[in-house]
Each structure stands twice: as C-alpha cells, then as structure tokens.
Design a protein around this ligand. Structure first.
Ligand SMILES: NC(=O)c1ccc[n+]([C@@H]2O[C@H](COP(=O)([O-])OP(=O)(O)OC[C@H]3O[C@@H](n4cnc5c(N)ncnc54)[C@H](O)[C@@H]3O)[C@@H](O)[C@H]2O)c1
Ligand SMILES: O=C(O)[C@H](O)COP(=O)(O)O
Length: 496
C-alpha cells in the first residue's frame, strides 16, 4: 500500500488513514492492497473523491461508511478530521451489511438502532402494506418486522426466498400464517409481555371512564353543553370486574382492579393461579352473570372468534359494561350495538375492530359510532413510549440472535434451541422435514467426510426438525453443501 507523507493522521493503532488530498491514485492503490487487518479506515475527501467511491472501497473491505458522513453532506470539513470513517466488519459467513431488514408499522427506533449497530440494511415504512406490495418487498428481504396490522399469508411467503425470520413487534401473532412460516423454516418471534402493563392501565382507566360516563361528558362540553348529572354514574369500589382470559394482561388488570377496591373474578380455559383475592369461575356464562364490568383478554383463535355475541350479551347483568382490548373479531359488534341501544349494556370501551385501517389517516367506520357511553380508541392498548421501546429491544434482540447464532428461544412457531458457539468452529443450521431417516443421512455425510463434530443438537415439532451443528472450519462448507442437497432439507445456513 502506498501512503502519502502528508496525509492526515488520526485514529489508533488499528485504524488506517487514507487519501492524500488531490491524489486519486491512492484510492485505487488502497482498494487493491492487502492491508493488515484494520478495524476501521478514515477517509479524507479530496477534490474528485465522491462518497460513492469511498463506499465502494469500504464495501470491498467488508465495511460500511459511518452514516453521519452521509447526513453531513455539504462542503468538505477541515482536513484535520476525517470526512468519513469506514468500520470494517469481521469476516462473517454472509456480509452483515447485505442483510436486509424491512420494518413496517412504525416500529420503535430502539429496534432500528440495534439493527444499525449490527450494520444490517434497514428499510422502514410507517404503515402496513397491501399483500401485493409485501410480496414484492419480500423478494430480497431477510428479516421482516411488523406489528398487528400487516397480514403475512402463506401466499406472501412463497416468493420470500431469502426470508430468515419474522418479528411481530407486539404480543399478537394471529396476523401471520404461523404454520406456513414453520413449514418454510421461518421462525416468528414476538414480545409476549412488553406492553402488558400499558394495556392493563388503559383498561383500568376505561373502567372508571365508563362508570362516570367521562367520554360523553367531555364530548358534550367540547360542544358547549354543560350537563352536570349523577344519575347512572357510579364508583367502581365494591363492583365486580369479570376478566375473560387470565393471562399476562388479564391477571395484571385483576391486580390493579383489586387495589382500587373491586372484586375480581376470571374465566380461563387453562387453570390459572389467582392473584391476590381474585377468584376463578367455571364457565363464561357464570362470569358474565356475576360481573358489573366484563373485560376481554383472550388471543384470537377459532374458539374466541365472536365468543361475545347476542347470546353472551344476554347473560350479562342489565346495566353492565363491556371492554374489549383483545382482538376485534372476539366481539360481534352488531350485537353489542343492539345491546347498547336497548340499554341492557350501559357502556362499552372498544380498542380493537374486526377490520382496522392499515395506516393512520385512513378513514374508519364502525356500528358503534355515535352510541352513548361508548369509548372508541384506535388500537392503542400497547401504544406507549415505554411499551414500544421495550418491544423494540426485545424483538430486535431475538431476531439478531437468530440471524447471528441460530437461537430460536421465544419463537412462537419453531422448535426452541439455544447454545453458545465455540469461536473456533463453524455452525451449520439445517431446518428439515420431520421424517424418519434425516439424522441417519446427516450422520452419513459427516462420517464420509471424517469430520470432528463439536456439538450437534436436533429439536423437532410435528412438522419440522431444527438441527444445529458446530464443526471443524476446514470442512464446514462441504458439509453445508451436502446438507443442502438432502431432499428433506428446507433451509440450510452456515454461520461464522
Ligand atoms: N389492544 C392492544 O393494543 C393489545 C395489546 C396487547 C395484546 N392484545 C391482545 O390481547 C391478547 C391477550 O394478551 P395476553 O398477553 O394477556 O395473552 P396471554 O397469552 O398471556 O393470555 C391469554 C389468556 O387467554 C386464555 N384463553 C385462550 N383461549 C381462551 C378461551 N377460549 N376462553 C378463555 N380463556 C382463553 C389463555 O389460556 C391465556 O391465559 C393478545 O393475544 C392480543 O391479541 C391487544
Ligand atoms: O398484539 C399486540 O401487542 C397489540 O394488539 C398491539 O399491537 P400494535 O403493536 O399493532 O399496536
């Protein structure tokens, strides 16, 4: 490598400073030379060195240019400071800066920053996409991040040949065809409890708001109507809250409600440990009949779709209230609207709807609009700064661990596996059909090559097996190629 005497010098021992102002030759010399392994390169702009040129050099050395330089633009700064720093990435099986991450629906910046620090390429969009748009995008995406709106169907995944993993930056995963993802060897991760507290607090606020008709009083006063009434307004102390689905959110709501002096009963298909003085009841009907307020916290499933319809509303106490912050299709909204109009149900708070707009600013209609004592919110149960930041961190961590190490802990549709990788070995990941004979074939490849295996773990579910092997670097690519060829293989990757 040629170095100019007058080139500016900054950086520590493992940095390389490059470019004598005015001399284009050194750029070429640098790209061609075989330098000692530096951690970063400092670039100094000279009259005809473009950013693209620097970026190409960086790429040739498995590096990316510090994005602050891109943002800076404008005239070149004083030559005493580098115009750009290119951090060189360690040699990896697949260049990290070629991993494409698509983040939809306003996913938190905490996640964006974590992917950036891995040097992944990131594309973001504020809303969900249409299926056709998603199919197009997924052609070259490795990691997809969504929230509750973006439906990811089996069809959409067909063209997603490079897709490694999906992150649902929320609790619900019903928007993804989990089985189709599983069959394609794509684990789906979520954040099972990072927004639990936010939803629980919203529900408690709504219990009080409904009991005091706060939504209506506020709207009247906004219109200039002073209506001071006590009739039909109640304290919540001593009233009974019925919780349907006593999981993370339901049980948290139960704890908070009891602190406010409510009696709490719950119904769940699973046996659950009651918190505090909360108590379980045996049937949904029993719960509905015993409650002044009913709040729903079940996931969407065949069993919970329209689990509250006309029949169930008839079981509710006259003058009771319904809260739904679970999924829109859990409640038959037309039946609820009838119950409210007839006055059997005294009020409702609804955060989720069978069909929701893909983006903010799209119009929205529901049969509940205009009804008395009905609080409508646009699916904001988990929309707090705290929850979104925590979800961003949690799901990005799972995705990064999967991309870098093959760890599937926490995946909702995949065999779970996590173990440390020895830095001296290469790791091979093989997702395969769970049929007899796979391990026999894998082991025959290994014994034919006379390979020393440092670790081999295979975990399965009813459809697929997930095999992780750490082995000798010298033969890893050969083993990977042979595994790829097995007719049972769905996805095979090598990691180092
Ligand atoms: N409005 C929002 O912004 C928002 C935010 C977070 C979660 N959610 C929704 O809330 C749901 C619940 O969240 P969670 O974290 O409490 O989930 P969870 O899995 O911890 O709890 C769900 C509970 O429902 C029970 N259940 C399942 N089917 C049932 C049935 N048929 N009858 C009675 N109980 C049943 C389960 O046994 C479990 O205890 C999520 O699946 C999601 O759809 C909405
Ligand atoms: O499943 C969830 O966590 C909630 O429904 C929140 O979804 P969101 O992230 O789209 O608001």
């Amino acid at each position: 490598m040629q170095e100019a005497d007058d080139r500016p010098r900054t950086g520590g021992r493992e940095d390389i400073d490059i470019i004598r102002p005015g001399d284009n030759e050194h750029l070429t010399a640098f790209t061609d030379c075989n330098v000692r392994a530096p951690k970063s390169i400092n670039f100094y702009r000279f009259p005809y060195a473009s950013f693209t040129r620097f970026r190409n050099i960086a790429a040739a050395h498995r590096g990316t240019i510090d994005s602050s330089w891109v943002k800076m633009g404008g005239p070149a700064p004083a030559v005493s400071a580098p115009d750009a720093t290119c951090t060189l990435l360690p040699l990896t099986s697949f260049p990290k800066n070629k991993i494409k991450v698509l983040l939809l629906e306003n996913i938190s910046n905490t996640a964006v920053e974590m992917f950036e620090s891995e040097r992944f390429q990131i594309e973001t969009a504020p809303g969900a996409l249409t299926e056709a748009e998603l199919v197009e995008k997924l052609r070259d995406v490795h990691v997809l991040g969504i929230r509750s709106k973006m439906h990811v169907s089996a069809e959409a995944m067909k063209a997603a040949r490079r897709l490694l993993a999906i992150g649902c930056f929320c609790i619900g995963t019903n928007q993804v065809d989990l089985e189709a993802a599983n069959l394609r060897g794509v684990p789906v991760f979520n954040a099972p409890f990072s927004n639990t507290r936010s939803v629980a607090e919203l529900v408690i606020g709504e219990v009080i708001a409904l009991a005091r008709q706060l939504g209506d009083r506020s709207a009247e006063l906004h219109r200039g109507t002073w209506k001071k009434v006590a009739k039909g307004c109640f304290e919540i102390r001593g009233k009974t809250l019925g919780i349907v689905g006593y999981g993370h959110i339901g049980s948290q709501v139960g704890v908070l409600a009891e602190m406010l002096g409510m009696q709490v009963k719950f119904f769940d298909i699973a046996t659950k440990m009651p918190m505090g003085n909360n108590s379980a009841v045996a049937t949904l009907e029993e719960l509905l009949a015993a409650s002044d307020f009913v709040t729903l916290h079940v996931p969407l499933s065949d069993a919970t779709t329209r689990m509250i319809g006309a029949g169930q509303l008839q079981h509710m106490r006259k003058g009771s209230y319904l809260i739904n912050a679970s999924r829109g299709s859990v409640v038959d909204l037309a039946a609820l609207a009838d119950g409210l109009r007839e006055g059997r149900i005294a009020g409702a708070a609804v955060d989720v709807y069978p069909t929701e707009p893909e983006k903010n600013s799209n119009g929205f209609t529901t049969e509940l609009q205009g009804l008395a004592n009905v609080i409508l919110t646009p699916h904001i149960g988990g929309s707090t700064e705290e929850a979104q930041a925590a979800i961003g961190r949690e799901v990005a961590t799972s995705l990064i661990k999967y991309v870098n190490r093959g760890t599937t802990t926490g995946a909702v549709n995949f065999p779970q596996l996590e173990f440390p990788q020895d830095s001296k070995s290469h790791r091979i990941l093989n997702v395969h059909q769970n049929v007899p004979g796979v391990l026999r074939n894998v082991n025959s490849i290994i014994s034919d090559l006379d390979v020393n295996i440092k670790a081999q773990v295979n975990v399965t579910d009813s459809n697929i097996g997930y095999l992780v092997m750490d082995l000798d670097k010298a033969v890893s690519h050969e083993v990977e190629a042979a595994l790829r060829e097995l007719p049972t293989s769905i996805k095979t990757r090598i990691l180092y």
